[in-house]
Ligand binder design. Structure first.
Ligand SMILES: [Zn+2]
Length: 405
């Protein structure tokens, strides 16, 4: 998504329009316009445009109702909803966390297609009434289109291909049976990728028939679905590998720290090049005051390295840069993911005890995931999710022993 504006707030959930939505709005409006135009020949262009825009707006409002229903059911199951956004490929309800049970996932996923199908039936009801009463022709055409498209939307979303709603329903069922979220996700994602492949073939077929827009459109949707399916599997793999793990188990400790009064030249030669670590906590009077990385150094011309100090270039510490060594690693990972930071400072009883980087996390996840998938019946590697309590790093790191301040 390119960038979005918030158009409303419903039950605390920001409803957003992504800029890319404009493209699909124009496409849908032109489709509606040509449909009405083909059935009513003598309509003046301004009236035709107005009707097409109206039909298109009602369609996107229906789509919004579909997404809002996901969001409301999620909220009822204590799943945080960050936003609901309309964008190029339709709508999306962004969740803060994944459902905690197959039941919650099933309810959340099933309500969307149900809402679309009910809306479709209502529009077809209006259409039937309008035909019986011989109402104005554009009402008949629009209600028919909206009925058909909402039902089609509901059915398309029921295809058991993750991350479509049907794929989530399918995952919930497999999850309930196997009690293994990762396995269920992996199967549902496999089907999602297969479906994406079928859509690509279909799109290519349309291209051969010279239906350019529909063909390209299908291929884009397929690529989007494929990418979304892969990233869901990655997230679930990470969540599983991090379950039961604390920050203390993964952090790099003790951290090598630097003084804010150190020059950039000193930082480069005595730290970056000799320790070969990309980022250092900056510590003054026993308290962390910032983080300095190779990126910060790059902004300073080489001839000024002796004049500029770490204090001038460091990123000052903010509360969102800190985690406790006792924190759950899953939560810390979300924190790491949400901020644009690649590292967090790890604190224990008011002292800096370590540093947690995205690369620490990804190495840990890779190793644990590979053990989980090959080590059958060998302790925690069997996948029970119980990580043994770690003893080695429990002792808070004493700064004075570790760095030459
Ligand atoms: Zn949906």
């Amino acid at each position: 998504m390119i960038g979005a504006i918030t158009i409303a707030r419903v039950r605390g959930i920001p409803v957003k329009l992504d800029f890319s939505w404009v493209i699909i709005f124009v496409l849908v409006t032109s489709t509606v316009s040509s449909e009405i135009g083909s059935q009513i020949k003598d309509l003046n262009p301004a009236a035709l445009l107005l009707l097409a825009v109206l039909g298109s707006l009602i369609f996107f409002f229906s789509l919004l109702l579909h997404e809002m229903s996901h969001a409301f059911v999620a909220q009822n199951d204590k799943i945080g909803v960050r936003s609901v956004t309309l964008f190029l490929f339709g709508g999306v309800a962004q969740l803060e966390n994944e459902p905690e049970s197959p039941g919650a996932e099933f309810r959340m996923a099933a309500v969307g297609p149900a809402v679309s199908i009910v809306l479709g039936v209502i529009f077809l009801g209006i259409w039937y009434y309008a035909v019986q009463m011989n109402l104005w022709l554009p009402i008949i055409i629009l209600s028919n289109m909206l009925g058909v498209i909402n039902i089609a939307l509901g059915i398309f979303n029921l295809v058991p291909a993750f991350p479509l709603d049907g794929g989530r329903i399918f995952r919930a069922i497999v999850w309930a049976i196997t009690k293994d979220l990762r396995k269920a996700t992996s199967i549902a994602v496999g089907m999602g990728k297969f479906f994406a492949f079928v859509l690509v073939l279909w799109g290519l077929m349309l291209l051969l028939k010279q239906e350019w827009i529909s063909g390209i459109w299908l291929i884009f949707i397929a690529l989007f679905l494929y990418q979304a399916a892969s990233s869901s599997l990655r997230m679930v793999t990470i969540q599983k590998a991090l379950s039961g793990v604390r920050v203390a188990d993964i952090m790099s400790s003790p951290p090598v720290t630097v003084s804010p009064d150190l020059t950039v030249a000193g930082l480069v030669y005595e730290y970056f090049l000799s320790h070969r670590i990309f980022a250092y906590p900056v510590v003054e009077n026993w308290l962390p005051t910032g983080i300095v990385t190779t990126e910060d150094v790059k902004k300073i011309p080489r001839e000024r390295w002796d004049a500029v100090t770490v204090r001038d270039i460091m990123q000052p510490v903010t509360p969102d840069m800190m985690v406790s060594s006792e924190d759950d690693m899953g939560d810390a990972f979300l924190k790491l993911n949400e901020s644009d930071k690649t590292r967090l400072l790890v604190m224990y009883q008011g002292k800096l005890v370590g540093i947690l980087s995205t690369s620490d996390v990804s190495r840990f996840v890779q190793i644990r995931d590979s053990l989980d998938r090959t080590g059958r019946g060998s302790g925690w590697a069997g996948g029970s999710g119980n990580f043994p309590a770690r003893h080695v790093r429990q002792v808070p790191y004493e700064q004075k022993d570790q760095h030459p301040l």
